[in-house]
Design a protein. Structure first.
Length: 318
């Protein structure tokens, strides 16, 4: 039965991975839209190479253009254009501001992980969860980065990098939906190849790295989930993202219905066996009494008393 439960959990992880990929596709499509935006591309070049007036005008146009990619309720926090010369343009959808944005504590976005990871990549890069602190509150965002090129001078390399920052809660809502809201008995989470936590029910662990000396079950217990329970672990590696999806569940809880059913069947079986034995004993006793009466009558007849009557009180095979 445990094998069947594990198969079910692995199938569920596969479905979660598929939903995550569909969600990521929305963001990658948005990234490609921005990447192919010729107006934005032209303004990036003016922002980098134009005179002071052209640069200021281009900066304002890029801000307006980014704002037009309104992503209300999609989980996108901000869109950043990081130029190769170190200048950046960032529009933050949460604060509705160009200046009060997610990256305001970073003086040079070229030193951030999304920019660095995308440098040598021709395609799009998904960057694991990064932790930010705003007003003493911890927040977690993962990122999608893509280099932008001057389409007329591809040989010169990229001119900027687009970075889209997305709330990690989006992934957690997929992994632990309302259908799986009882986290005391089972959780789902995501880790990348470097064992960085992409998504976890307790968001405080998102963006951190798992201790390589801890097994998945030990790690889960150290985070406060199912710490005193016998747990089982299932995993599914997604080839698209390279992420591993994990499911950890309480064995006793998941198998309790089966265990209760087995106990019920066993109890019913024992009661049926006892009832059968008692019925057989009663039948044998009745048959024995009838046989004894017949044998006693035969003895009387053998002694010459032919008037004897043998009364049998039971209507059975005898």
């Amino acid at each position: 039965m445990s094998e069947k439960v594990n198969e079910l959990m692995t199938t569920n992880l596969t479905q979660i991975a598929e939903r995550v990929n569909l969600t990521l596709e929305v963001y990658t499509n948005l990234t490609y839209q921005i990447y192919q935006d010729e107006e934005l591309n032209q303004n990036i070049k003016w922002f980098m190479y134009g005179d002071e007036n052209q640069s200021v005008a281009a900066y304002n146009q890029i801000n307006k253009r980014l704002k037009q990619y309104n992503t209300a309720d999609s989980g996108v926090r901000c869109i950043s254009v990081v130029c190769t010369n170190g200048n950046s343009v960032i529009y933050d959808f949460e604060t509705d501001s160009f200046f009060n944005n997610l990256w305001r504590d970073y003086s040079d976005l070229r030193k951030t992980k999304p920019y660095i990871d995308a440098i040598d990549q021709p395609g799009m890069v998904i960057v694991p969860t990064i932790i930010f602190y705003e007003d003493n509150q911890k927040k977690e965002y993962f990122h999608i980065a893509k280099r932008v090129f001057d389409f007329n001078h591809l040989e010169e390399g990229s001119i900027a990098t687009i970075i889209i920052s997305i709330d990690s809660k989006i992934l957690n809502e997929i992994c632990n939906s309302e259908e799986n809201e009882n986290l005391d008995y089972g959780i789902n989470f995501i880790m990348d190849e470097e064992q960085t936590i992409i998504s976890y029910p307790d968001m405080d662990f998102s963006g951190t790295k798992k201790d390589e000396n801890l097994s998945i079950s030990d790690f889960t217990k150290t985070t406060g989930y199912m710490s005193k329970k016998e747990i089982a672990v299932n995993s599914y590696e997604d080839k698209v993202t390279g992420w591993t999806f994990y499911n950890v569940y309480d064995k006793h809880y998941m198998l309790k219905d089966v265990t209760n059913a087995q106990k019920l069947y066993m109890t019913v079986g024992i009661l049926a066996l006892i009832t059968t034995i008692l019925a057989i004993m009663m039948l044998i006793r009745q048959m024995n009494d009838s046989v004894c009466q017949i044998v006693s009558g035969i003895k009387i007849i053998q002694e010459g008393n032919l008037d004897v009557k043998i009364e049998v009180k039971y209507h059975d095979e005898i």
